[in-house]
Ligand binder design. Structure first.
Ligand code: SAH
Length: 352
């Protein structure tokens, strides 16, 4: 018999199942308290439920379907978790420790359709969307993996979150719920390559999420190469949609801009960037490009990075320079990918 993963359900939906089974609906809250708050992921250990109900749950539902295959720790404390899914596909998630907290980074798809030219995640193409439960399970593993409180979550792993819209949004609503992990919406960031239909839907949700847009170029000619979806949704359309998004949600948007030597990091690029962002309630996160061996991009030198940043500051743009984390274990932005089962891509020195 096919068993459903219980993590796919809202509290209300589990209550309906219980009522259908002729149980009191308050058991739903008990079950989710075990799973999300007491970290018990085994129905038979849910000691305040009757033996009969526990059996019924075991017969009908699963909790953890993904399997942790490997964990790598970077010299800077970043940890990358590699998971095997039920269909044997693999995905990755990352825990990034900062001063007082941990930020979890999760994947939303197996592979990626969007083929950004600097990113490892799209290199093997797209396989499928992740299920709601597969997204939440990554968060549970990340939560269990750390002694600190996991209170920030970024959808910046493999895949395009807004291209798996329904599953990502339901997973977020569950993660955000008080009966579940209760991670605040303002602590959850969705990152998009500029998938406009998704941004349009998102502005109607009434959620206080953070939206991050992977911009990387301020001219269509360059962005068409770096982020090919730009050919379908060019910069003028993207910025006008974001203007609407900011107005409707009353939220600031963050732009991610990776700096690549010889491509988008000179002063004329900085000028174009400040021009197209004028008047938008936004901030810019500059990221010196992480090298992905096969892709051949490198970051500019320190001076060029600082000149670029300085130009934006002088144009009145709120800008930060992102500290690179996890590079030595290929866990930094754009370095997450589908693992090839045969190869061992982990440099031994990651452990030293
Ligand atoms: N598809 C979404 C989610 C992936 S987020 C998106 O595009 O936003 C991954 C983040 O890492 C994005 O900001 C992406 O542009 C960035 N990134 C990808 N490859 C990178 C690289 N080689 N160096 C630095 N950042 C990179």
């Amino acid at each position: 018999m096919h068993k459903e993963n219980i993590l796919n359900l809202y509290l209300k939906e589990l209550e309906q199942v219980l009522v259908k089974w002729q149980y009191e609906k308050f058991h739903a809250r008990q079950i989710f308290t075990w799973i999300y708050k007491k970290d018990v992921r085994d129905f038979s250990r849910m000691s305040d439920l009757s033996a009969e109900l526990r059996k019924k749950l075991v017969d009908n539902f699963t909790i953890l379907d993904i399997e942790l295959l490997k964990q790598l720790e970077s010299r800077d404390g970043t940890r990358k978790l590699l998971f095997k899914l039920k269909d044997t596909n693999t995905i990755e998630a990352v825990n990034i420790p900062t001063e007082k907290r941990v930020t979890g980074c999760v994947s939303t798809q197996v592979g990626c359709k969007f083929g950004c030219s600097f990113c490892a995640s799209g290199m093997l193409g797209f396989k499928r969307n992740l299920e709601i439960s597969e997204i939440i399970e990554q968060v549970l593993f990340l939560k269990d993996e750390t002694d600190e409180r996991l209170n920030n979550l970024v959808f910046m792993g493999i895949g395009e979150p807004l291209d798996n819209y329904d599953n990502v949004l339901k997973a977020i609503r569950i993660i955000n719920a008080p009966w579940s992990l209760n991670i605040g919406a303002r602590k959850i960031t969705i990152s998009t390559c500029g998938f406009i239909p998704g941004i349009k839907r998102l502005m109607e949700e009434g959620l206080q999420l953070e939206l991050s847009v992977s911009l990387h170029a301020a001219e269509d000619k360059i962005r068409n190469i770096l982020v090919p979806i730009n050919k379908k949704y060019p910069l003028s359309e993207l910025t006008s949609t974001l203007k609407e998004y900011i107005k409707k949600t009353n939220r600031q948007v963050t732009f991610e801009y990776i700096l690549i030597e010889g491509v988008n990091s000179d002063i004329s690029s900085a000028k174009n960037l400040s021009r197209i962002l004028k008047g938008l309630n936004c901030k810019v996160n500059l990221i010196p490009c992480n090298s992905v061996e096969e892709l051949g991009y490198t970051p500019p030198g320190k001076l060029d990075i600082l000149l670029f940043k300085d130009h934006l500051i002088k144009s009145g743009i709120d800008v930060t320079l992102r500290i690179i984390r996890g590079r030595d274990i290929q866990a930094a932005c754009g370095q997450l990918r589908l693992e090839q089962p045969s190869a061992d891509p982990t440099p031994k020195k990651a452990f030293s």
